[in-house]
Design a binder for this molecule. Structure first.
Ligand code: GLY
Length: 354
């Protein structure tokens, strides 16, 4: 097991990597908490782990309530948040108690958001069970829900109490879920790590499990540094984590089929293409990003209506004074933030990168 500590002005918290979920009991004794625990999960993940966790917590003399939401992005609504809060309140969860987020990115985003607003904030522990949630959603404190016209438009910055990453949870993940996590890994490699980029270029995707602990570790080290430097995305540093997400989010919200990882893969290719067009990066980088996406079975072209995508771009969270601002790669490990690009330019280049 490895431990990485995220050090922020108001808070420091540990991320335990390669730590069995079964350790939750010991860790709860180490980190003080109250009597009640609400475990927020979804039906798929709940089936696999919630009884195990419930038993461990009951053995630690906790009173436990498991709240299961419907799996998938459609659950990131204010209605789901209200339903969970109602369960927490009726269960008597108080400010000394704990919420546990057990699941993928959607569960981590919603549970963190609930924890941040319930009783004006109670502690939550993140147990991300997907690769995507481990490398990105569970660390750094971004929580939130969607509005019908845009992703993550309501939310808070609210850091977890601690994070447990059990790599064995990947054993039951469908291949498509691993691929969607790899999309975020490609993002980290492009924005900050030649080592990670070269590793991804070299490895055989069918052997990915051999490298998973190294990959998660590298991503969390990058995320820790970025979040420590700019916790609330106010200094233009954390913005780099949005590479591929400006177009990616707009694709995701307009698509019924594409998941987050698939959408940001398309976003990374499109945004690297825009960067190349503007003379910021080489054609080699564009080709490499596209071939990495292909190599890990992620989509590299789409028939989505680009007009709808362009209309959605104006709701991106980075928009300032009506201008859409992109994160564009310069070379492996370096990006430029705040590049203004119009929806028309996105539309006019759409066919060229596919
Ligand atoms: N997922 C992007 C961030 O945490 O800033």
């Amino acid at each position: 097991m490895k431990k990485i500590v995220v050090n922020l002005k108001q808070k420091r918290y540990p991320v335990y990597l390669g730590c069995s979920i079964s350790k939750i009991g010991e860790l709860l004794k180490e980190h003080t908490c109250g009597v009640r625990v609400v475990v927020i999960t979804d039906k798929n993940v709940g089936q696999l782990y919630s009884e195990r966790i419930r038993t461990i917590l009951i053995n630690c003399e906790k009173k436990v309530k498991v709240v299961e939401i419907k799996p998938g992005e459609q659950s990131k609504t204010i209605k789901t948040v209200y339903d969970i809060i109602k369960e927490c309140s009726l269960f008597g969860l108080d400010r000394s108690d704990i919420i546990i987020a057990l699941g993928g990115g959607v569960v981590c985003d919603i549970a963190g958001f609930v924890a941040s607003i319930y009783l004006r904030g109670i502690r939550f522990i993140s147990i991300p069970t997907s690769l995507l949630a481990q490398v990105d959603a569970s660390v750094g404190g971004k929580t939130g829900i969607n509005l019908p016209w845009g992703k993550n438009l309501v939310g808070t910055f609210y850091q977890p109490y601690f994070v447990i990453m059990d790599f064995s949870t990947f054993d039951t993940l469908p291949k498509k879920e691993i691929s969607q996590g790899i999309a975020e890994v490609i993002k980290y490699a492009v924005i900050r790590s030649k080592t990670l980029f070269n590793l991804l270029m070299d490895i055989d995707p069918s052997q990915i499990e051999k490298y998973i602990d190294t990959i998660v570790y590298e991503c969390i080290v990058i995320k820790k540094k970025v979040v420590e430097a700019d916790e609330q995305e106010k200094k233009g540093i954390r913005e780099i984590l949005n590479f591929g997400h400006t177009i990616g989010h707009a694709i995701e919200i307009n698509s019924k089929r594409l998941n987050h990882g698939e959408s940001i893969s398309l976003g990374m290719i499109a945004e690297t293409f825009l960067s190349m067009k503007k003379g910021y990066c080489s054609e080699v980088l564009f080709n490499d990003v596209k071939s990495l996406v292909k190599k890990f079975s992620l989509p590299f072209k789409t028939d989505i209506d680009v007009k709808k995508v362009a209309d959605t771009l104006v709701y991106d969270k980075k928009v300032k004074m009506g201008k859409i601002r992109f994160v564009l790669p310069l070379r492996v490990g370096a990006v430029k933030t705040g590049v203004e690009i119009s929806p028309e330019e996105v539309i006019s280049t759409w066919g060229d990168w596919q």
